[in-house]
Design a protein around this ligand. Structure first.
Ligand code: PMT
Length: 392
């Protein structure tokens, strides 16, 4: 466990205690500034191991403490990870023990950010986080709420119990082996004339991450994708569509041959009644487009005679839980994953997301993290519920 210098360092003591309770052997590395917030003696007492603070360790056999520690660790968690630490890691700097250790490590690295909400939302921090995710580092949090500086927002370090659970979770085993999973992703485009269309802000990142996570879990994946600028996951059967009607046809004709359907696409709720054969000319000051409802793909999948385990998404700007629970019941879903949209850095077109997942007799919050990591957690939850339903 690496501790960098933030007020949340006091929570890291509890994290060491929880990890030890689980049976982990914990070694703690502290940065210079972490030493200003908490004493190494606290970590030494809790971990039962000496605490490491210096890059060049005269007591290590080869004076290369960072290499020895990097070889020894099965997992590294940086909690709290300050904006400075995240910036260093994302640029491959190696000027202290923590950064050098991470550069030398070949094991999974987890980062639990903790900083003021404005620092977290700064584009430079978000770019650094994106880079870390792209390098395969897993973000845990941050959570939302009141901060030590008196402000409120994202930037609180996740609670030690949550970090501990996430570290303890085994890497994705092939728990969907042999299962067929159908996933819809991205937006739809509803044409007005040969050159214009109505669409939405979906990038397809969430749906594509779910496809990758399902493949990693051993499933055979069919991905019905609206127009997006993403490389398709290798090994998925990708069906490209443009309109809601095409997505409807692609999904409904395949759904009964799949075990699980996940509707992550942002399907247009309305489409123009008529597509003009020629470009609409600019004439009057105001104009009206008449729209008609599209068919609800998700609700129709849930009505099929051989319905797959049906998972919907709910994208909400307000009353998230009420609307999500409403969709769960009216569309007769097995599960629904609700996310906020219309806010910065979550939902549409962001690298990260957070979900509140509901089913008939349960719920789970999956806190803010990279979409791939979030997708792995959601797939694991779906697999558990799917098994429960099929063994009941
Ligand atoms: O693609 P990203 O940029 O990564 O963003 C991800 C996301 C925000 C698009 C995704 O996480 C998400 O929330 N997807 C669902 C968006 C949506 O359309 O939500 P909704 O609450 O309007 O619809 C509820 C459910 O009904 C969804 O599962 C949707 O796929 C489905 N639906 C809606 C209309 C329709 N005609 N047919 C449907 O199947």
């Amino acid at each position: 466990m690496a501790v960098s210098g933030g007020i949340a360092a006091y929570k890291s003591a509890e994290l060491v205690r929880l990890l030890r309770k689980k049976g982990a052997d914990v070694r703690v590395v502290m940065t210079r500034s972490a030493l200003q917030f908490i004493s190494p003696l606290t970590f030494q007492a809790l971990s039962g191991n000496p605490v490491h603070t210096e890059l060049l360790d005269a007591e290590a056999e080869n004076a290369m403490g960072h290499i020895n520690l990097a070889r020894w660790a099965d997992k590294i968690v940086i909690a709290p990870a300050t904006a400075d630490t995240i910036a260093k890691l994302s640029h491959g700097l190696a000027d202290d023990l923590l950064s050098t250790l991470c550069l030398a490590a070949t094991c999974p690295v987890y980062v639990a950010p903790a900083m003021n909400q404005a620092m977290w939302h700064k584009p430079v921090t978000q770019d650094n986080v994106k880079r870390l995710i792209a390098y395969g580092i897993t973000m845990i949090g941050p959570g939302q709420g009141e901060q030590a500086c008196g402000e409120t927002g994202y930037g609180r370090m996740s609670e030690p119990a949550e970090i501990c659970e996430r570290l303890w979770a085994e890497p994705a085993a092939p728990y969907l082996h042999g299962r067929k999973v159908l996933i819809s992703a991205g937006p739809t485009r509803e044409p007005l004339d040969p050159v214009r269309y109505i669409t939405n802000r979906s990038s397809g990142k969430m749906g594509y991450a779910l496809a990758r996570a399902a493949l990693k879990a051993g499933a055979r994946v069919t991905l019905v994708s609206g127009p997006v600028a993403l490389a398709p996951p290798a090994n998925a059967d990708v069906i490209r569509v443009e309109t809601a009607a095409q997505m409807h046809e692609a999904v409904i004709s395949r759904a009964e041959a799949h075990d699980i359907y996940i509707g992550a696409a942002a399907v247009a709720d309305y489409t123009p009644v008529a597509v003009q054969p020629e470009k609409i000319k600019k004439q009057d000051e105001q104009t009206t487009i008449t729209l008609q409802k599209t068919r609800d793909i998700l609700a129709e999948v849930a009505q099929l005679a051989r319905r797959p385990f049906t998972v919907g998404f709910a994208a909400e700007t307000h009353d998230l839980e009420t609307y999500a629970l409403g969709k769960l019941t009216t569309k007769k879903l097995d599960m629904i994953a609700a996310n906020w949209v219309g806010r910065d850095h979550v939902g549409f077109d962001s690298e990260q997301n957070a979900l509140q997942v509901f089913w008939a007799d349960g719920r789970q919050t999956l806190s803010m993290t990279g979409k791939l990591h979030l997708a792995e957690q959601l797939i694991s939850l779906i697999a558990k519920r799917y098994d429960e339903k099929n063994t009941a």
